[in-house]
Design a protein around this ligand. Structure first.
Ligand code: UDP
Ligand code: MG
Length: 306
């Protein structure tokens, strides 16, 4: 019998947890050939989430929970859940029922019988999520995919079931600033996408506001790309070119009063050179930054004849 670990990060989810438990346990009953365990991670909630989770663990031996000392963020909660999961398959689910439990059965089928390492839900639309947030998130995916040389699918959330090999690969990335969407894409493996419609959260409120989403987007880019450093280099190069061309123009024009414009060109040239060197320095620092994450150099999926 396979074991599926369902990992649920929870931050102030007292309003929705009972419904989550009810619907998800009903959905897992439909899965044949697998039993499951629930790993709830209370991310420093300030409501009755810990008490509810304690109640679940007393009532149902499949349930376990961890409670953080403060709010560490969803990424930390997912990592903690994964570290403590013992299943042959691991799946992340939001507590707010935005990830339909009915998909678990299809996901298990995909990873168990169709030869995929991972099966992920793909949000087809963003109904109920404000136009501006919608527009900005599409724009974010265009930017990050360009900058990071990794393919991060627009609409892919954290709702995904992975087999043990992929789970262990994700755990191999021990970096502190964790950006799961980037990590999933970094480790590779074959993923099946199952489209689903976005639904409003069943109860409670979203934990994100514009500021935290912006911060999250910047973190995502910085964790996987050093492209912003090259911006300084490009700007410096442009300044140098502009200052040299302008100086030549001034010299050739043959004006009597050339001192001041030439001085301006010199200042531009010097700033350009400075920016160029800052970006060279930045390149070294970013190399060191990537090294300090100690990511695996490669990830093996299968071995034969060893
Ligand atoms: N969450 C968490 N820690 C946080 C913020 C969110 O564990 O600091 C959990 C939250 O309880 C939920 C999931 O992450 O289970 C998704 O959060 P939310 O529904 O607020 O995000 P949205 O669906 O609006 O992107
Ligand atoms: Mg949600």
């Amino acid at each position: 019998m396979d074991k599926i670990s369902i990992i649920v990060p929870c931050y102030n989810e007292e309003n929705v947890l009972p419904a989550f438990y009810r619907e998800t346990t009903a959905a897992v009953k439909e899965i044949e050939g697998a039993e499951c365990e629930f790993i709830f991670v209370d991310d420093g909630s300030r409501d009755h989430t810990p008490e509810i989770l304690q109640h679940f663990t007393r009532m149902d031996e499949r349930c376990r929970f961890l409670s953080f000392s403060r709010n560490f963020g969803k990424e930390a909660a997912m990592y903690a859940g994964l570290q403590n999961a013992s299943g042959d398959y691991c799946v992340f689910m939001d507590a707010d029922l935005q990830h339909p439990p009915a998909l678990l059965k299809d996901m298990y089928h995909a990873v168990k019988s169709e030869g995929y390492d991972c099966c992920a839900g793909l949000r087809e639309d963003r109904t109920g999520e404000g136009r501006i947030r919608n527009f900005l998130s599409h724009a974010f995916y265009r930017v990050i995919n360009r900058m990071c040389r990794l393919d991060m699918t627009d609409g892919a959330g954290d709702f995904r079931m992975m087999n043990r090999t992929m789970t262990d690969a994700v755990l191999e990335l021990k970096e502190y600033n964790r950006y799961m969407k980037g990590i999933f894409s970094f480790v590779g493996f074959d993923t099946k996408w199952i489209p689903f419609h976005n639904v409003k959260r069943a109860a409670g409120k979203t934990k994100w506001n514009f500021r935290s989403l912006f911060r999250y987007a910047v973190d995502g880019i910085l964790s996987f790309s050093s492209a912003p450093v090259t911006l300084a280099g490009t700007a410096g190069g442009l300044l140098i070119a502009v200052s040299i061309l302008s100086a030549l123009g001034i010299l050739l024009s043959g004006h009597a009063l050339r001192g001041v414009p030439m001085l301006v060109c010199l200042i531009l040239l010097l700033s350009g050179i400075q920016m160029l060197f800052i970006s060279i320095l930045g390149e070294y620092i970013s190399k060191d930054y990537m090294e300090s994450k100690k990511r695996p150099v490669y990830i093996v999926k299968k071995r034969g004849g060893f």
